[in-house]
Each structure stands twice: as C-alpha cells, then as structure tokens.
Design a protein around this ligand. Sequence first.
Ligand code: 5RP
Length: 229
Amino acid sequence: MEKDTSETAAKRRAGESAAERVEDGMVVGLGTGSTAACAIDALGRRADAGLDIRGVATSFQSRERAKAAGVPLASLDEVDAVDVAIDGADEVLEGGNALVKGGGAAHAREKIVDAFADDFLVVADPSKLTNALSHPVPVEVLPDARTTVSASVEALGGDPVLRAATRKDGPVVTDNGNLVLDCDFGAIDDPAGLATALAGLPGVVEHGLFVGLTDEVHVGDDDGVRVRA
Ligand code: 5RP
C-alpha cells in the first residue's frame, strides 16, 4: 500500500471530496492517474455501501482500478449521458479554465468523457496549480504522422519529444495504438489559441490542453480540500 505522504494524503482528500458529489443512479466518468484513482477507490467504497452507480473508464488503467475497487462499469456507447466525470491533471491554471492533461497518455479518451459529462470535476494536489501553464503538452499522434506533426509543432514554437516507454525499449503506445509527443512550448500565453492550432494538425488524434471544460477543481492539502468553480 502506498505510504500516506503529504502529497498522497492531498490526492486522497481531493479524490474523496469529488467522489462525495456523486449521487445515486449517476453515471460517472472515471479519470486516469493517481489522483483519479483515489476518487475511484472512494466510489468503490460508496458502491459497496449501496450507492447505485455506473462508471465509464477513460483508460485500461482506470478500468482495472474500478474493477478492483468494485465500481460497476459501462462503456461510453452503453450510456445516454455521463452525469459527472472526475479526473486529474498535470497542471491547473489558477484563475482560468485550462488544464494540461495526458501524463498517463490517456487524454484522448479522457477528453471525450470529460467534455461529454454534465459536470467535470478536476482533482489535484497543490503542486498542480500554476499561474501560467508551462507543462509540455502531450499530443497523441497516428504513428505515421510522428515526423510531420513534430515539424508542425516546431513551426508553432514548440519542442516535441517522442515519449519513451519507461520499462522497455521503444515508445509509449497509447490505449488507441498511437504515439505521444510531449511538446514543450514554455509558458503558454494563449491556451485556447494553441489548443485550436494543435487540433488542426493532420495526424493529431488529441492533445492534452483542456480549455473551458472544467466545472470544479477539488484541491486537497494537509488540512482539507478547497473547491473552486
Ligand atoms: C492521465 C492524466 C492524469 O490525470 C494526470 O497525468 C495526473 O496524474 P496524477 O494524478 O497521477 O498526478 O492526465 O492522462
């Protein structure tokens, strides 16, 4: 079991706080990553206690976590709506509605589910908050488009790096069979403009800028949870 450091306690509090928003009968989008996993575990405990929910996973990882936690699952095409989605982020813009996501290479499915949800709740520890987004933007590309998208990203002022697998040789391959370019743009002055530019590149499946999608941010810390709209 993971040691409950200050950071893991903050993630746990954020996840539990967002999971408390879920009501009986709801369909819940299940995000990917260690903070979203805390929400999935909390939802599993609530399901054990009788809460009637169905979860829509955003990745292989979140589906496995939900199965272990006892959250009943449905696929996206089996539900008419997603009432609430709970997901983590790599960076959260303070005072603006923009995130960088995709540290787990799951941002394509995450964006589909998070954008479709009636309410999208972001869960984070304080290290994720920033006054200017500067985290490299993950861009999922069709394998054949790796070099052409890299050239286009450079033309946009970015520095693209093919994400490498950590436990074996070769690149990370997403759940969709694609590759990920981590694109460093330095400080991002215009997240919406960059999001539009990246989305328009042929061969881009999805990028990790989530602009204008967030309804609430649940930030856990040493003392409790701060929720901001
Ligand atoms: C996965 C994501 C994650 O939500 C993001 O990387 C944050 O992960 P963690 O909660 O482990 O810090 O976008 O694609």
